[in-house]
Design a protein around this ligand. Structure first.
Ligand SMILES: [Zn+2]
Length: 240
């Protein structure tokens, strides 16, 4: 893995406290390059960013230490930042959703010579995904780097080696206490990252992830209850 630290946010632009990490959240940037996203964060005073940006060529930029945190989820659940703190964000540099006009595809929602898109495309089909049919495909090099990065972070931070079996459905209630690997569109209904073209099967295989179903997630949320109540609740869940 080609990991670099030459795009580095100054310490006043993220939170230097080191909360326990038990979640990895994958995003895509909707940007021209890792550097353009980094430059945008650097001018932003709101402590917004992720610890990593993965460029299309597979270069991994560590923007700040993954033990620290910044806002990257924008969840309207309290307390503010509770899920941002416990998670490590990874942005995949990508144009994101593409706009079709007269048989051509354009990035960033603008039809212009500069936004004409010529890379590989993921087609979500006629029904589309979160309002768009076409998306920039994630490159094989970026996917390989994401797999390697996720695997190393899971080991380093002792994060559960698991991911929900279904990756395109919004389920904040089911996932707000989840430990493992998720993506932004599962936590926000208005986000399209990461789109269903993401190589989940490769990630699951290479990181040796267990895939969890909704029932597993619900049941794990009750681990903190006393055993009797948890057993009763689990029975209720199975009865649903
Ligand atoms: Zn996102």
């Amino acid at each position: 893995m080609n990991s670099r630290t030459d795009l580095r946010l100054p310490a006043e632009q993220y939170f230097v406290e080191k909360p326990k990490k038990d979640l990895i959240v994958l995003h895509h940037t909707v940007g021209g390059s890792a550097r353009s996203t980094f430059d945008y964060w650097r001018t932003d005073a709101e402590h917004v960013g992720t610890a990593y940006i993965v460029e299309r060529d597979g270069t991994v930029y560590e923007v700040f230490p993954p033990e620290c945190w910044a806002y990257h989820l924008g969840l309207k659940v309290g307390p503010i930042g509770v899920v941002d703190k416990r998670s490590i964000g990874i942005e995949i540099a990508s144009e994101g959703p593409l706009l079709e006009r007269d048989g051509k595809l354009y990035a960033f929602g603008r039809v212009a010579e500069q936004t004409l898109y010529s890379g590989d495309v993921f087609d979500a089909g006629a029904a589309g995904f979160r309002g768009s049919r076409y998306f920039a495909a994630y490159t094989p090099q970026a996917m390989a780097a994401v797999c390697e990065l996720v695997d190393s972070l899971i080991t380093r931070f002792k994060i559960s080696r698991q991911t929900p079996a279904e990756h395109s459905t919004f389920d904040l209630n089911g996932l707000r206490n989840y430990s493992g690997v998720v993506t932004h569109c599962q936590l926000r209904a208005d986000k399209s990252d990461c789109h269903p073209g993401m190589a989940w099967e490769k990630l699951v295989a290479e990181c040796d992830l267990r895939t969890t179903t909704h029932l597993d997630i619900k049941a794990s949320a009750f681990h903190t209850m006393d055993t009797k109540a948890a057993r009763r609740r689990t029975c209720e869940l199975i009865a649903e």
